[in-house]
Write a protein that binds this ligand. Structure first.
Ligand code: HEM
Length: 510
């Protein structure tokens, strides 16, 4: 197919794009996000024949994509607008809870990952849970859901997370506080969660969190594949990455190499596990063992599943924690409340104690409201449809819900939406104890909602709460002075603090 279309598409590219590049080059390199944008200057992007809203997209998408689309969503009627991309490709962007409920639950079968999404990510994710619909998705979800029972969660918190904290993170933070070194805390948290998720998915410890900043080949390959795959979505025209792939050049060449490294490595582990399985029944409780024991031993299929899980758990919890620690520095009152909660628990917390950390749970929910680890998410319409606000959706249209915008809507959170206030998630019971009060998942789709809601939600909260207790109880994390300004919120499938999160560590006096 691509061979037939290639000459025509190249013609369009060579005629139109040079003109657009000359006239629409962005002037500023990076515009910091601010929590309050002047809404009077925001308009729905103008659309023209053939190029659609390319001019606005080019001006805003590279440097301030999330904030720009959030601003437009907020001023759009019913918080929903149509973004016309070049050559007739359309996307609907919404921040409306009724629409989110419509696409994620009530009309679930009409809104799938779809071919645009799955083709863009298939080189990296294959047919893994993140990248499939229908029966393949259902089967993976069903087998994987066993990994999230109470017994597995308890083992995860009390052994996997605890060991990484005690043997790796705390020694690194102690040494940093003694030597007064600067650490990139985002990188440290990413390494921690990468080790954790590999243990859960594979039963394998990549030992990524080490005092040196070396990146193991597997971890580096995983990071490169995530970044390059996510950048495919940003290309003004998909043909650009398809051509690079076709000629095996630039980032697409690296993607091919990285994916090969990841798959070769995963297959080596799968083969080892299979050999063990032939000798005796597996006692480990990792996901790989579970899939192999359920009779699905086909290597490519199991590799796809493992890659999706590592992606799911790798950068989401670290992103949430990065922004939480930045917010705690800006809001010492909240840090004090968390410290009070930690002091009521034992030194090496057991599962039930972690579960009971309601104030910390609220602080994390609040931090993810303002800085969601997955700031935007999309579904593709299988058939024509009409959204609850009357917006017409043509078959094949992408409908994107803007999670970041929804966390900042006055209509959903009140006029103090810009405040980091965990108490908005809490109530006092008759004994004066805090009780967590959740929000419906359509107004707060941070973990998505409906049948495909995040499988790892509870595991993620347990991991993050245990980590917060282990870190905040012993250390104060102090961002470098330039982070007093608002750091940039960017996203490659999941969000990040642009340029890292440089901090110094102060040991708390007991
Ligand atoms: C703060 C942490 C996390 C957040 C905010 C988060 C958020 C999300 C979101 C938004 C999705 C939907 C993605 C999509 O289909 O487009 C998702 C799906 C998923 N998440 Fe998470 N996640 C987190 C942590 C985790 C962890 C730690 C795991 C695993 C250990 C995990 C496992 C999954 C899986 C398997 C799915 C796919 C579910 C399906 O398609 O049926 N997540 N998550």
């Amino acid at each position: 197919m691509i061979e037939i279309l290639l000459p025509y598409l190249l013609l369009v590219l060579f005629l139109i794009l040079p003109i657009l590049f000359i006239f629409t080059r962005p002037k500023k390199k990076q515009t910091p996000l601010s929590s309050s944008t002047n809404k009077n200057n925001i308009t729905i992007p103008k659309s023209y024949p053939i190029i659609g809203s390319y001019l606005s997209i080019r001006k805003n998408m590279r440097t301030r994509r999330i904030q720009w689309l959030s601003d437009v969503t907020q001023i759009a009627p019913a918080a929903t607008f149509r973004l016309n991309r070049p050559l007739g490709s359309r996307q609907i962007i919404t921040g409306n809870p009724s629409t989110v409920q419509h696409i994620l639950k009530t009309h679930f079968t009409n809104y799938q990952k779809g071919t645009t999404f799955t083709k863009t990510l298939s080189d990296f994710l294959g047919n893994g849970i993140f990248n499939t619909d229908g029966a393949t998705w259902k089967f993976q979800r069903q087998v994987a859901s066993h990994e999230f029972n109470t017994k597995s969660l308890r083992n995860f918190v009390e052994h996997v997370v605890d060991t990484e904290l005690t043997n790796r993170l705390i020694p690194i933070l102690t040494s940093s506080s003694q030597n007064k070194t600067t650490l990139d805390f985002q990188d440290i948290l990413q390494r921690f969660t990468f080790d954790n998720i590999c243990k859960i998915a594979f039963g394998f410890d990549p030992e990524y969190l080490t005092p040196s900043t070396n990146r193991t080949q597997f971890a580096q390959a995983f990071e490169d594949a995530t970044e390059i795959s996510s950048k495919r979505f940003r290309a003004p025209l998909p043909i650009i990455w398809k051509l690079k792939k076709h000629f095996n050049i630039g980032s697409e060449k690296r993607l091919k190499e990285a994916v090969k490294e990841i798959r070769d490595f995963a297959k080596k582990i799968i083969q080892e596990k299979k050999r063990e399985l032939n000798k005796k029944s597996l006692e480990t409780e990792d996901m790989l063992s579970r899939f192999l024991s359920s009779g699905h031993a086909e290597e490519d299929f199991v590799t796809d599943i493992i890659i999706s899980f590592i992606l799911a758990g790798k950068d989401t919890t670290s992103a949430a924690l990065t922004w939480l620690f930045w917010l705690l520095w800006k809001n010492p009152r909240v840090e004090e409340e968390i410290l009070k909660e930690i002091k009521l628990k034992s030194e090496s917390l057991v599962y039930d104690e972690v579960k009971e950390m309601v104030y910390t749970h609220a602080a994390l929910s609040e931090s993810m409201r303002l800085y969601p680890p997955v700031p935007m998410d999309s579904k593709e319409a299988v058939n024509d449809d009409v959204l609850p606000d009357g917006t017409v959706v043509k078959k094949g249209t992408m409908v994107t819900f803007h999670v970041y915008a929804m966390g900042r809507m006055e209509s959903l959170w009140g006029d103090d939406w810009a405040e980091f206030r965990p108490e908005r998630w809490l109530e006092k019971d008759v004994n004066g104890k805090w009780v967590f009060v959740g929000r419906d998942s359509f107004s707060y789709p941070v973990f998505q909602a409906g049948p495909r809601i995040c499988l790892g939600k509870e595991m993620a909260f347990m991991q993050m709460k245990r980590m917060v207790a282990g870190i905040v109880g012993k250390f104060k994390v102090v961002p470098e002075p330039h982070l007093d300004e608002h750091p940039n919120f960017i996203s490659f499938l999941s969000s990040q603090m642009e340029g890292g999160f440089p901090v110094t560590i102060q040991k708390r006096i007991p």
